[in-house]
Write a protein that binds this ligand. Sequence first.
Ligand code: NDP
Length: 325
Amino acid sequence: MTINAIRVSQTGGAEELKYQSVEIGEPEAGEAKVRHVAVGVNFIDVYFRTGLYKAEKLPFTPGNEGAGIVVAVGEGVTNVKIGDRVAYVGSPGSYADERIVPADRLVIVPDEVDLKQAAGMMLKGMTAQYLLRQTFKVQAGTTILFHAAAGGVGLIAGQWAKYLGATVIGTAGSEEKANLARAHGFDHVINYNTENFVDRVKEITNGAGVDVVYDSVGKDTYMGSLDVLKFRGMLVSFGQSSGSVPPFDLGLLSQKGSLFVTRPTLFHYIAKREELEQTAQDLFDVVAKGVVKININQTYALKDARQAHEDLEGRKTTGGTILIP
Ligand code: NDP
């Protein structure tokens, strides 16, 4: 059977995202076929497209998140059946009308969550979950700094951290984005293009600094992030939207206050089925309660994936981005 998909046959710029017809087969044992209602666009897709992260082979279909309807199941699959509304993250190959996924990576989407919403929230929302609830346990009295506050992960994390009782400081690249972040849980937002965020965080915290910095910007911010931490604070470096963090001397962590640094990835927090279910459930709960509102602020046709990548990399997007097959 022939379907439409975005294919990358050599790594490089967004122009390498080509809309093509490809053949797909039927699910084998342990697999399910999903007809996508929507596909999530994430910054990690950019890293695979440019070659910063290595795809298993070329050509490949990019994309790590999707939501849709199960249209076929392979032998031995019991956790989903034909007609179920499902979503998944982390099985590369979602930029397509339909695809085959390992069934044990699928979660059932509750009725109150729309499938377009699901496609734009699973990867970003489960990331917010593990960052705030597992990597560093945010609670009442914690002060956090979250970079790229108006981004996909940022808008979810701001609302969730506020709900957990934290003082939430964010950074964003424009006044418009700063205002959006303020409307999504952030108590203070610093425009890091026009202000020195280190000075401003010190001012906001009366010189105390923050307990934890969540930094997905990387090259441009990591040093400042180390500078705003309290003694024994933690830098959670979880992305590199501005470029990779260069190697640095571990002695720096001692000089700057016996700091902790971690470089986590969602996939290691949801590797086991029970971890995936627990993390997804936690996310569905806060969305169902209305604690976290999901903002899908950009929607493109699947064939326009190139434009979606150009806008994401060009810092033109806020909140979540999806593609519609
Ligand atoms: P975002 O919507 O947050 O987009 C990235 C944002 O980063 C931009 O909007 C921009 O916001 C900011 N940014 C700062 N400098 C640059 C730059 N030089 N080029 C482009 N953007 C820049 O993306 P996502 O929500 O998809 O992902 C956020 C980050 O989290 C990414 O780095 C991603 O890789 C990471 N991530 C990591 C995971 C993990 O488990 N480790 C899982 C999920 C995401 P502004 O203009 O306001 O600065």
